[in-house]
Design a protein around this ligand. Structure first.
Ligand SMILES: Nc1nc2c(c(=O)[nH]1)N[C@H]1C(S)=C(S)[C@@H](COP(=O)(O)OP(=O)(O)OC[C@H]3O[C@@H](n4cnc5c(=O)[nH]c(N)nc54)[C@H](O)[C@@H]3O)O[C@H]1N2
Ligand SMILES: Nc1nc2c(c(=O)[nH]1)N[C@H]1C(S)=C(S)[C@@H](COP(=O)(O)OP(=O)(O)OC[C@H]3O[C@@H](n4cnc5c(=O)[nH]c(N)nc54)[C@H](O)[C@@H]3O)O[C@H]1N2
Ligand code: SF4
Ligand SMILES: [Mo]
Length: 847
């Protein structure tokens, strides 16, 4: 394959390496692959990838099990009244779906059409384009997996400093993992080499809070092996030790934070010995870990599902962040940082203040905006009538470039803001229409979705568009979610496979795979160097499938919500040149603000037509590149994109579409993390009144989640070597642990007289399942663990097989966080009984 600078689809020789990325976790490590007859035949880490630098783990080696296999759908399906499916052609599917969406909108209002999903670990471009459809139907409510894991932490981030943070683990003296096992789950670049390096260095330390001796805990200098679900007491005691032993950065706190006195008072009154007892950790071990944090030159922390899907997750997020805040570990090497974004995955777009704001900015902005508003129609008319090339076209493009140059800096933020807000989600906070549950980042808590449907309430949700996600399998209480889906007026699923969720939908639309279309992930979470990769299709789409942006555009066309003349004239200006296009696009949206939400569609149908067939989806990347430059121009400049104004966005875009290994798009200085704080005073607002009150309540609670009926705690969803959510359905993908064993310690196994390979029945208040035992002393007595990603159906010659436990047949939507409804999957009370030797239980979920 030869590198092309225009990003045209490649036609590689069979034995040549093509660049792409792994789609199995949020790290999206760069890969090089060979494609033979449509098969991903050879796969290796890409040394040129700016983030992963050649690293990859064992999981992508058999990525072809995602790309090819019996699970792939290749025709739209429509559900018959008896629950079976018939194949229909694309036009019929799109016509009917558009008609039925319009009918729901007419009868109940567009805000009763709910959007779920929009991207997994490697595919966020569909979700970005999906925002166009969301606005085209007049929707208001959406959700995705973030609303069952990250919203509790996200709320704390918003209150403290307004954005997401990440640790500079490669340079930290002390790293703290709270309910996080990066050896298996990664979540940071080159996780294993970085962990090994820290473990090897006597000057550096790993601290792990985990009830289980995970792979990471086994490498740790301090493993605080708490009882499951007791993080809040452990973290509060760590914070209290820092305060009571005077290990905090007092001067730093006075300079950089507000309201810290209140917080310190709170921690002064905590009885450390008693809290250590409640979480089951020896007091001296807990104090030793706190001292290590307090005395370190730099500290970074990482919390994940172990706390996010356990009791007190919002409070624990706050207490965890206090470890690095009280010790002043922000905006310095090895510490914590707020980072840049290509485009925010959740929350609002945020433009930084310019380093050198031009004088007369306000006057120029007003004049520029006026000119854009008034000039839009005429401008589009002139530019669009120059279609077809020639000297006049070149002249117009040059004039447009000049116009952009003179006004861009002044108007860019003002014009881009509303567009970016509509493309992300303007309703950051809110409550749900039926149950009044708290919304964060515009997302309905996953645990509330079924409640917003299974009711007679007039404002209940009536239709659901589900894309690139399998919520019936991945959200708590699958049976309840199934009932919710079946009670809706319309459900549409867009997926590559006939998932558990698809099997309940009215229509199933087959998507092209992530290696058959342009794709990208917006997990741009790094500091001080952040990178982004646009992946080029490696092969033609499987016949019968379509990329999501095409599906969305086809439905929006049918809904008839956009004036075709606007589309035609913008498409014509796009053919004149990108400056002409940018100018007329900005001015069109200034004049018709109602089009802001439809921008993904407009870009696709206009600028998109200037790329090679199949390359239309690059249009949104152009938009992201412009927005990234408008938001953080100095950091982008330091990464080598030195042009000014709109030209900088063009430069970045050109790099993204030509450098297939990915692009480092921002370079920050450590102290720049202060500029990303969204509070106007650029300080950390340490007190969060409702959480401070909640911390006081911990005193009255003696944590215990078991009962005589359910004497064990099950962690339902451990990340292992061969789990990857449910992105790969073929059970043979897993080299080991094919059936996803239940891990329990030898003490419990002996007491129950079971051994590795035996079967047991698990019973919770919601359901029962059968699992195979693996005796493993990673577990503490009373605590058992099952892997995530199992229990999905896979077609074989002998019919569908289901291997392993579908965890959410066992979980409940009621056991959830008080604030954001995050499910407590890690601390699920369960009864365990050996299965009689006749193997009856085994048949239950092995066929
Ligand atoms: N291999 C693999 N990697 C993945 C994924 C995958 O499916 N497979 N999925 C990706 C996704 S979507 C996510 S969100 C991340 C999740 O990544 P992690 O959160 O790191 O993964 P888990 O194994 O779910 O949970 C981490 C740890 O929490 C511990 N734990 C259980 N109960 C408690 C408790 O009460 N308190 C504390 N402190 N710890 C507890 C478990 O023992 C486990 O070691 O992984 C990502 N990476
Ligand atoms: N009990 C329990 N439940 C859990 C967890 C747990 O630990 N325990 N983990 C939770 C977590 S942290 C997460 S993130 C969620 C993940 O659960 P989900 O949000 O459901 O996401 P994925 O498993 O990533 O599912 C991705 C879907 O996208 C499809 N897909 C793949 N490529 C494409 C494509 O190009 N286009 C389209 N349209 N579809 C595609 C796949 O076939 C699959 O159906 O699960 C959650 N559920
Ligand atoms: S699974 Fe995650 S860590 Fe492993 S190669 Fe893929 S992206 Fe990288
Ligand atoms: Mo996740």
């Amino acid at each position: 394959m030869t590198e092309t600078t225009d990003g045209a689809a490649p036609s590689p020789a069979a034995d040549s390496w093509q660049k792409t990325a792994c789609i199995l976790c949020e790290c999206n490590c760069g890969l090089e692959v060979q494609v033979t007859d449509g098969i991903l035949s050879k796969i290796r880490g890409d040394k040129e990838h700016p983030g992963s630098q050649g690293y990859s783990c064992e999981k992508p080696l058999r990525l072809d099990r995602y790309q090819n296999g019996a699970h792939r759908l290749d025709t739209p399906l429509r559900r018959r009244p008896d629950g079976t499916y018939e194949e229909i052609d694309w036009d019929t599917a799109l016509d009917e779906i558009a008609e039925r969406l319009a009918a729901v909108k007419a009868e109940h209002g567009g805000e009763r059409i709910f959007f779920y999903g929009g991207g997994g670990q490697g595919n966020h471009l569909g979700g970005a384009y999906g925002r166009g459809l969301f606005h085209a139907v007049g929707a208001k409510y959406m959700s995705n997996a973030l609303a069952q894991e990250k919203t509790s932490e996200g709320f704390v981030d918003l209150q403290l400093y307004g954005s997401h943070t990440s640790g500079d683990f490669e340079n930290s003296e002390v790293v703290v993992f709270v309910g996080k096992n990066p050896w298996q789950s990664h979540g940071m670049s080159r996780a294993r080499p970085v962990l090994k390096e820290i473990a090897r260095d006597p000057q550096r330390s790993i601290i792990v809070i985990d009830p289980r001796k995970s792979e990471t805990a086994a490498m740790a200098d301090h493993h605080l092996q708490i009882k499951p679900g007791t993080d809040a007491w452990c973290l509060a005691a760590l914070d209290a030790t820092l305060v009571q032993e005077k290990l905090i950065a007092e001067d730093w706190l006075s300079a950089h934070t507000v309201d810290v006195a209140e917080v310190l008072t709170l921690f002064r009154s905590i009885d450390i010995a008693d809290y250590a007892r409640r979480c089951g950790v020896p007091e001296d071990a807990l104090r030793a870990a706190a001292r290590r944090i307090g005395n370190a030159g730099s500290v970074a922390t990482y919390e994940d599902l172990g706390v996010q899907q356990s009791p007190n997750s919002t409070v624990s997020a706050y207490l965890q962040k206090m470890l690095w805040i009280l010790t002043g570990n922000f905006a310095k090497p090895g510490g914590m940082h707020i980072h840049s974004w290509m485009f925010p995955l959740a929350g609002k777009w945020f433009p930084l203040e310019r380093d050198n704001t031009p004088r007369f900015e306000t006057a120029r902005r007003t004049a520029g905006l006026q000119a854009m508003r008034r000039g839009a129609g005429g401008l589009r008319w002139i530019l669009s009538h120059l279609d077809g090339g020639g000297p006049l076209t070149a002249l117009a493009e040059r004039a447009a470039t000049l116009a952009m140059k003179s006004s861009f800096d002044a108007v860019a933020v003002a014009v881009a803001g509303p567009i970016a807000d509509r493309t992300s989600n303007s309703t950051q906070f809110g409550t749900t229409p039926v149950t009044g549950a708290r919304i964060l980042w515009g997302l309905i808590p996953c645990n509330s979705i079924a409640d917003e449907i299974l009711t007679d309430h007039p404002d209940r949700l009536r239709a659901m568009w589900i894309e690139s996600s399998n919520p019936l399998h991945s959200l708590a209480d699958s049976e309840r979610f199934r009932r919710a889906m079946r009670s809706l007026d319309l459900t549409v699923v867009v997926d590559v496979a006939l998932t558990e969720t698809a099997r309940e939908a009215d229509y199933v639309l087959p998507a092209s795979s992530q290696f058959e279309k342009y794709e990208a992930s917006l997990f741009t979470l790094h500091f001080p160097h952040n990178s982004f990769q646009l992946r080029t299709p490696l092969m033609a789409p499987l016949p019968g499938t379509r990329p999501e942006p095409e599906i969305h555009a086809a439905i929006i066309d049918r809904l008839g919500v956009v004036d075709p003349d606007v589309v035609a004239s913008l498409a014509a200006t796009a053919r004149v040149g990108r400056s002409a296009f940018a100018l007329s696009l900005f001015s069109t949206v200034e004049q018709k603000p109602e089009l802001a939400g439809l921008l993904p569609y407009l870009l696709y149908r206009t600028l998109g037509t200037t790329f090679e067939p199949g390359g239309e989806a690059k249009a949104m990347i152009w938009g992201f590149a412009q927005l990234a430059c408008i938001a953080q121009p100095d950091s982008v400049r330091r990464a080598g994109f030195t042009a000014r104004g709109a030209e900088q966005g063009e430069q970045l875009f050109d790099a993204i579409i030509s450098r297939r290994q990915g692009v480092r798009f921002t370079d920050d200085n450590y102290e720049d993390a202060w500029r990303y704080i969204r509070h106007a005073d650029r300080k950390i607002h340490t007190a969060i009144p409702e959480l401070n009150e909640e911390i006081k309540l911990l005193d009255d609670v003696e944590p215990c989640y078991t009962s005589a009926e359910f004497p064990f705690i099950l962690s339902a969803g451990e990340r292992r070597s061969f789990t990857a959510n449910v992105i790969i359905r073929d059970p043979d993908w897993r080299r080991r642990d094919r059936e996803g064993s239940l891990r329990m310690c030898s003490h419990d196994a002996d007491a129950m007289a079971v051994a590795t390979g035996d079967f047991v029945t698990l019973t919770t208040e919601t359901g029962t399942a059968t699992a195979v035992v693996e005796v493993n002393d990673m577990m503490q007595p009373g605590h058992v663990s099952l892997p995530n990603g199992m229990g999905v159906s896979y077609p074989t010659d002998d019919g569908d097989v289901v291997v392993g436990v579908a965890l959410n047949t066992l979980t409940s939507v009621r056991r959830r966080d008080k604030f954001f409804g995050n499910p407590w999957h890690k601390t699920l009370p369960v009864r365990i009984e050996p299965v009689a030797a006749d193997g009856q239980g085994r048949l239950g979920n092995m066929t």
